[in-house]
Design a protein around this ligand. Structure first.
Ligand SMILES: [Fe+2]
Length: 158
C-alpha cells in the first residue's frame, strides 16, 4: 500500500484537458438523468437503467483514473498549503463518488433480478439525483482549484 509522504499538487493544464475531453461522461450523465425522468414502463426502464449505470460506472472509473494519473501528483517541490489541502480533499472524493455509483448499480441490478422494480425505482432516482449533485459540485470545485493553480502558477508540472 502506497503511503503519501510528499506534497500533493495538481497539474492544472492536464487536469483541465481531461475535463474538457470527457464529453462521453457528460453525455452519460445527461442520458441517465433523462432516463429516470422518462415515462417508459418501469420494467423496461429498470433494464435500461442498469445498462446506463454500468456504462457510467466504467466511464467514471476511467475519468478518475486519468485525473489521478495525470492531474494530481505526489512529491511536488512546492505548493500552497491551501491548494494541497483542497487537492487532497478533492482527490479523496473520487473513491466516495465511485463507491456510491457502484452501490447504485447493485441496487438497480437487485431491482431487475430479485426485487420488485417498482419498489426500487423512486429511491434509486433520488439517490442518483444526490450523486449527480455531489459529482457536479466536485467537478466545479476541481475547476476552481485549476483556476487558482493556474493563476498562482504553482503546482503546474509542465
Ligand atoms: Fe475529480
Amino acid at each position: 500500500m502506497a503511503i503519501a509522504t510528499g506534497i500533493l499538487a495538481v497539474n492544472a493544464a492536464f487536469l483541465r484537458d481531461i475535463k474538457d475531453d470527457n464529453r462521453r461522461l457528460h453525455d452519460l450523465l445527461d442520458e441517465t438523468n433523462r432516463l429516470f425522468a422518462s415515462t417508459n414502463s418501469v420494467e423496461g426502464k429498470t433494464r435500461r437503467v442498469v445498462n446506463v449505470l454500468v456504462e457510467l460506472r466504467d466511464q467514471l472509473a476511467l475519468h478518475f483514473a486519468l485525473e489521478e494519473a495525470y492531474g494530481y501528483f505526489e512529491d511536488a517541490l512546492e505548493s500552497t498549503p491551501s491548494l494541497t489541502e483542497r487537492a487532497e480533499k478533492l482527490r479523496s472524493q473520487h473513491r466516495e463518488l465511485f463507491v456510491e455509483l457502484c452501490g447504485m448499480v447493485d441496487q438497480a441490478e437487485q431491482g431487475l433480478y430479485h426485487e420488485n422494480p417498482k419498489a426500487n425505482c423512486v429511491p434509486l432516482e433520488e439517490r442518483f439525483q444526490r450523486f449527480l449533485g455531489d459529482l457536479r459540485q466536485h467537478e466545479a470545485r476541481e475547476v476552481d482549484m485549476i483556476m487558482e493553480a493556474l493563476s498562482n502558477d504553482v503546482g503546474v508540472g509542465d
